[in-house]
Structures are given as structure tokens and as C-alpha cells.
Design a protein around this ligand. Structure first.
Ligand code: F6P
Length: 322
């Protein structure tokens, strides 16, 4: 392994920079040249490669976003796009690749590896935490803390006005952000795609609270909840009982940016180092994760979100403690 490339792909996540820094510095200290690929698979196809040295990753560990930029590539989904990507990797003399991203990134890497013989390892970077084979993904801890402090603020005003707030958090197909931020803020309910949402039951619970003189409520809704997001659910609740003064807040991309937490910086640094070590050891086709503080390797096909489940105990917690 003489020369490796690193790129970030899919939705950015706080901590990606810390991971890039770790890959570059571990590579250089192991006598390996490191190139960065700009804008993920798009840049790979277009040949947007830059040489990285120790200084190129100075003073970035504390920043959100990604210095290598990111993209969701349609072209890489096509055999022609992947052929161009392979040609670029070959012409730049790349012997191994570190891909930092989520589900789409690893699905792409998996298809590529069946077609071409260039080692790839993955590092889980997504705020959604929806990958199997790691306790936490890079960016998740920052995102849940951002969501938590935003919901804390909303709670103040919800209580002051006796309002029912529907707060929509990110998570296209998963409720991890909703569940943790909901538990941490004492939400009255958390609606997530992994468990069925019954509007009538929710209204029944609100009615009961209302009768008990508890007038302010926080309902955290994952954007991917099957009942259609915060606006739709608020409308349905209002239809069933007009007494509620409902308000909707969509937190949106505020959850994707910001300074990574200590947890995310350390996790990203560790996984970045381990990714380079894995390539040097001849490992390929796996996501490098951390389970119970130990490093784990999970094949790309298994890491993708179809295998991950939420802990039902956390769902119970919301219901018992609300
Ligand atoms: O990166 C994951 C995620 O933040 C999802 O939670 C969300 O649905 C999606 O990305 C939004 O992506 P984009 O910024 O491309 O619209």
C-alpha cells in the first residue's frame, strides 16, 4: 500500500473533518501518500483529486462540514460512471480507498468492489446512526445534542403558552435522532418509522394530559415517520380535537452542521486511524465500526440500514417516562 485516497460522501456529518485528518496523518506517519477526492464519487469520476499533507488537515478537527466536500452521485450508480471512477483511481496510482459516509456510500462501494479490484474500507459518517456494525456513527452525537438544545428552547415557550409543539427532526428512514432527543427532553411522544404511529392513540394521550391540567406538550417526529411528518400529524390532531394550540418546528439542516462534540471527534479520529491500519493489513469491503469500545469490521452489504433496529427499550422509556 503506497498511495491511498480518502473522500466523504452523502450527507455531511460533524466529525468528518476529524476523520479525514486521522486518515491523512496515520497514512503519512506510516509512509503512505494520501490523496483527497473532492465531492465524493462525483469527484472520483471527474478526477478531482488533491494531494494531502499533514498541514492540509491542520486546524480542522473542531469544524463541522467536510473540507473534501460531499455529494450524492447519480453517475456512480451507472456502470459507465463506475468505469470512469476506476480509470481515475488507476491513473492516480491509488492502491486503496477510505470512504466516509453512510448507506448510499457503502452500497456504491459494494457494487464497485464486485466489478473492480481496488480495496475499499468504509467509515460510518452520518447523523442518522442508521448503520449496522457500530454503536454510533460519526455525527450522530453532535446532531442529537443540537436537537436536544433546540427542543429545550421550544419547551420553554411551549410551557409559557400551553401549546402542543410538533418538532420534526432529521432521519429519512430512521428514528434514532428522534428517539434520543425525545428521551433527553422528556417529550410526551416520539413518532418514528420503526414503530407504527396511531394518531387516535396520540390524541387520547393528549386528551388525558389535558384533563390532568397538563396543557403543554412536545411531540418529536422523525421526518421519515410513515404518518407524513410534523405538519401532517399536527393537522390530523387538530382535526380530532380543535382545543389544542398546535405549533410546528422543523429543525432541518441545523442538525447537520456545527462543531462536533468531543464524542464525535474522538470516534472519528479512532475510526480514521483504524481504517488506514485495516487497508495496510489487506482488509477490504468492510465498514470499520466501534462496538462496546472495540473495533469491528462489518461487510458493506451488512452495514447498510436494512439490518439495523432500534432498541425497543428506548421506545418503552418514552412511554413510561412521559
Ligand atoms: O444525512 C442524512 C440526512 O440528514 C437525512 O436525515 C435527511 O433525510 C437527508 O440527509 C437530507 O439530505 P439532503 O441534505 O441532501 O436533502
Amino acid at each position: 500500500m503506497k498511495k491511498i485516497a480518502v473522500f466523504s460522501s452523502g450527507g455531511d456529518a460533524p466529525g468528518m473533518n476529524a476523520c479525514i485528518r486521522a486518515v491523512v496523518r496515520t497514512g503519512i506517519k506510516s509512509g503512505i501518500e494520501v490523496m483527497g477526492i473532492i465531492r465524493g464519487y462525483e469527484g472520483m469520476i471527474e478526477g478531482d483529486f488533491v494531494e494531502m499533507d499533514s498541514h492540509s488537515v491542520s486546524n480542522i478537527i473542531q469544524n463541522g462540514g467536510t473540507i473534501l466536500k460531499t455529494a450524492r452521485s447519480q453517475a456512480f450508480r451507472t456502470p459507465e460512471g463506475r468505469k470512469l471512477a476506476y480509470d481515475q483511481l488507476k491513473s492516480h496510482g491509488i492502491d486503496g480507498v477510505v470512504a466516509i459516509g453512510g448507506d448510499g456510500t457503502f452500497s456504491g462501494a459494494s457494487v464497485f468492489m464486485h466489478e473492480y479490484n481496488i480495496p475499499f474500507v468504509g467509515v460510518p459518517g452520518t447523523i442518522d446512526n442508521d448503520l449496522y456494525g457500530t454503536d454510533f456513527t460519526i455525527g450522530y452525537d453532535t446532531a442529537i445534542n443540537t436537537a436536544m438544545s433546540a427542543i429545550d428552547n421550544i419547551k420553554d415557550t411551549a410551557n409559557a403558552h400551553n401549546r402542543v409543539f410538533f418538532v420534526e427532526v432529521m432521519g429519512r428512514d430512521s428514528g434514532f435522532i428522534a428517539l434520543r432527543s425525545g428521551i433527553a427532553t422528556g417529550a410526551e411522544a416520539v413518532l418514528i418509522p420503526e414503530s407504527p404511529t396511531y394518531i387516535d392513540k396520540l390524541v387520547e394521550q393528549l386528551n388525558k394530559n389535558y384533563a390532568d391540567k397538563k396543557r403543554a406538550s412536545i411531540i418529536v417526529v422523525a421526518e421519515g415517520d410513515e404518518s407524513g411528518g410534523a405538519f401532517k400529524i399536527a393537522e390530523e390532531v387538530k382535526k380530532r380535537n380543535a382545543v389544542y394550540d398546535t405549533k410546528i418546528t422543523v429543525l432541518g439542516h441545523i442538525q447537520r452542521g456545527g462543531r462536533p462534540t468531543c464524542m464525535d471527534r474522538v470516534l472519528a479520529s479512532r475510526l480514521g486511524m483504524e481504517a488506514v491500519k485495516a487497508l495496510m493489513d489487506g482488509v477490504s469491503g468492510v465498514m470499520i465500526g466501534q462496538i462496546h469500545n472495540n473495533i469491528s469490521y462489518t461487510p458493506f452489504e451488512k452495514a447498510t440500514k436494512h439490518h439495523i433496529t432500534v432498541n425497543p427499550l428506548l421506545i418503552d422509556m418514552v412511554n413510561i417516562l412521559a
